[in-house]
Design a protein around this ligand. Structure first.
Ligand code: ATP
Ligand code: MG
Length: 603
């Protein structure tokens, strides 16, 4: 491709709309343009990158025996009602774009395709003889993200590879899941990314496992915790660890103390000169179930620890049947406005005791009359602890479960693991923290969707069973941008050669110099013929501008037909380290061919 003929416009200044380097660079170098919030046009360079990423993904998927399909983006609401996700996706999370067609039928633009694929499996898979079966697609997805930002990182329209596998048993599912783990590692390695597979939250869906693949970068929205020995890594949402030991309490008798202005653990510990590990803090949440029932949840946890709301959500979903709910629509810390709606009298906020009486809750429909009392494991074994008294400005000390307060029957693990905690697999290992961009997620789904939609098969014994399912996603467009986030310098993008839009760019410093033009045209043709995807910068621009643009765009190898032509040589510059060498004209093609081949065979 000749740059003079290409839709190619670069910007000198950082666009105001972009916050992180990769977003700025993709805009500045003319890869993408914003059309609406979270909606981008992929311009010629970007589209080539996306096709390369897609092709790597496709090759690795095909190598596992998965079959490529293309499912509709437009989906009928009926399927989502069958799975029970229509309301959650349109109302609770509101992440699905829903519409009404001219016949007044509700439809949506697919944020994901479990429903559609399960409906197909229900119709077409009958017998264990057809299993296992794995179908995938590479397709545009739509999600009305609340915080769409950072360009392609969190778009409202984006490209995803999503695959769904069907099995006779959990064992068969686990085999495919392990295949996917290997395939994903190969894909991301081939794309030239530094990544970390981490244990991930499987959410309310349950299933026995889920793993995310994180591209390590400061701008990542996720925090991962890992150990140096390489034996543990998890998304913070899911991570577990050993809490620090609690210090023994100095208080031996139960009494109520005047503790003015101590509504936080920090102020209280300072006032009483005690360790936060001797305090039981009681945190109030409001849970709304899908049947509309609101439940007030009181979580007692050791003072130095925090509640992990993802873990708490999972516990509340498990307990949902007590309140007639299947899933949780919302989990919030009730603010003054929310409290005003249900509190029968004003709450002793900051001084709440584990024994907060149920008569704080007013009698209302859709409001459970009792607190759901949960105690985190860290608070169970504390003796003579400090906690709230239910009276503002006062705390109690020397308190014990079973004496002053009954120990809640529901003992849970909802504590947030933190960097610096000891690891469970080896207490000598300490958890470290890193930021990551989630580019892939593999998931053992089990029978959630097949059971809901009635997708069954006949097993070898002739029994009708629900299909066991797995699902596997790759954020293709997010991945492409994450490569930029991980690999750039002050001058621009440094593409890993495997996903660069072009491998090489031939720059003519002076288009009025016939010898320079002739040499460049010849190299341009020969390089392309040799399978090296090559651009020609034949624009009537100053050499300096061309070099700046080449750096910004990030093409791995730059060939300059400049002064050294007189010695029958050209300058070849590697974008990654600006290393420059003069190479004889007749050796340019074979040298670049070798470099590109080596770079593409990094697995
Ligand atoms: P996130 O937690 O980042 O919102 P998710 O867990 O909802 O993502 P999945 O449903 O697991 O995402 O989708 C599979 C993959 O699609 C993700 O691993 C991610 O790489 C990509 N992805 C998800 N949402 C977006 C988005 N809004 N823009 C770009 N890529 C996305
Ligand atoms: Mg995910």
């Amino acid at each position: 491709m000749r740059l003079s003929q290409m839709l190619f416009v670069t910007l000198r200044e950082d666009p105001a709309e972009a916050e992180i380097p990769s977003h700025k660079l993709l805009l500045r170098a003319g890869y993408i343009r914003r059309i609406a919030s979270g909606v981008y046009a992929y311009l010629p360079f970007m589209w080539r990158v996306l096709q390369k990423v897609s092709q790597i993904v496709r090759e690795e998927m095909n190598a596992t025996g998965a079959q490529e399909v293309l499912l509709p983006a437009l989906q009928p609401s009926e399927l989502w009602k069958e799975s029970g996700r229509w309301d959650t996706y349109t109302k609770a999370e509101g992440i699905m774009f829903a519409l009404v067609d001219r016949q007044q039928r509700e439809m949506s633009l697919g944020p994901t395709h479990e429903e559609v694929i399960t409906a197909i499996a229900r119709d077409m898979i009958r017998s264990y003889r057809q299993l296992p079966m794995h179908l995938y697609q590479i397709q545009t997805k739509f999600r009305d993200e609340i915080r769409s930002r950072f360009g392609l990182m969190r778009g409202r329209e984006f490209i995803m590879k999503d695959g769904y596998s069907f099995h006779v048993s959990e064992d068969s599912l686990k085999e495919t899941y392990a295949d996917m783990d290997r395939a994903y590692r190969r894909m991301f390695t081939r794309c030239g990314l530094r990544f970390l597979p981490v244990e991930a939250d499987s959410g309310a869906i349950g299933g026995s496992g889920s793993q995310e693949f994180m591209v390590l970068a400061e701008a990542g929205e996720d925090e991962v915790l890992y150990t140096e020995d390489g034996n543990y890594s998890a998304n913070t949402e899911k991570a577990v660890s050993l809490p620090p030991d609690a210090e023994p309490s100095a208080f031996t008798t139960f009494e109520k103390l005047d503790t003015p202005n101590t509504p936080t653990i920090e102020t209280l510990a300072k006032f009483l000169k005690c360790s936060p590990t001797q305090i039981v803090k009681n945190v109030l949440y409001q849970a709304t179930y899908d049947n509309g029932m609101n439940v007030l949840v009181l979580v007692s946890i050791r003072g130095d620890q925090d509640v992990n709301e993802v873990k708490l959500t999972n516990e509340l979903v498990k307990l949902g049947s007590r309140f007639g709910g299947k899933t949780l629509l919302a989990l919030t810390v009730p603010d003054a406005e929310a409290q005003a709606k249900w509190a029968a009298k004003s709450l002793p906020l900051g001084y709440i005791s584990p024994g907060l009486e149920d008569d704080y809750i007013s009698k209302q429909n859709n409001l459970h009359p009792n607190f759901l009392r949960l105690v985190d494991k860290t608070a169970v074994n504390l003796k003579n602890f400090v906690t709230g008294s239910n009276e503002s400005g006062f705390h109690v000390v020397g308190a014990n479960w079973g004496t002053q307060y009954p120990l809640p029957a529901d003992v849970v693990d909802v504590r947030k693991a933190r960097p610096g905690d000891r690891a469970i697999h080896d207490p000598n290992q300490v958890l470290q923290s890193a930021r990551g961009i989630e580019v892939g997620h593999i998931f053992q789904l089990g029978t959630k969707y097949s059971a809901a939609l009635g997708a069954t098969f006949t097993n070898e014994q002739g029994e009708e069973k629900p299909l066991v399912m797995g699902c596997y996603g790759v954020g293709v467009s997010r991945l492409a941008q994450s490569a930029v986030e991980q690999s750039h310098d002050k001058d621009g993008i440094i593409w890993p050669p495997a996903i660069a839009p072009y491998h090489a760019i031939v720059v003519i410093p002076n288009v009025n110099d016939a010898a320079q033009v002739a040499a460049a045209e010849k190299l341009y043709t020969e390089l392309n013929q040799a399978g090296i995807e090559t651009l020609l910068d034949d624009r009537d621009e100053r050499a300096g501008v061309k070099f700046k643009d080449a750096d910004l765009v990030g093409i791995p190898y730059r060939v300059v037909t400049g002064r050294s032509l007189q010695q029958g040589k050209v300058e070849v510059v590697k974008r990654a380290n600006h290393e420059s060498q003069e190479i004889a004209l007749e050796e340019v093609v074979s040298t670049l061919k070798q470099w590109v081949t080596d770079a593409l065979n990094n697995v």
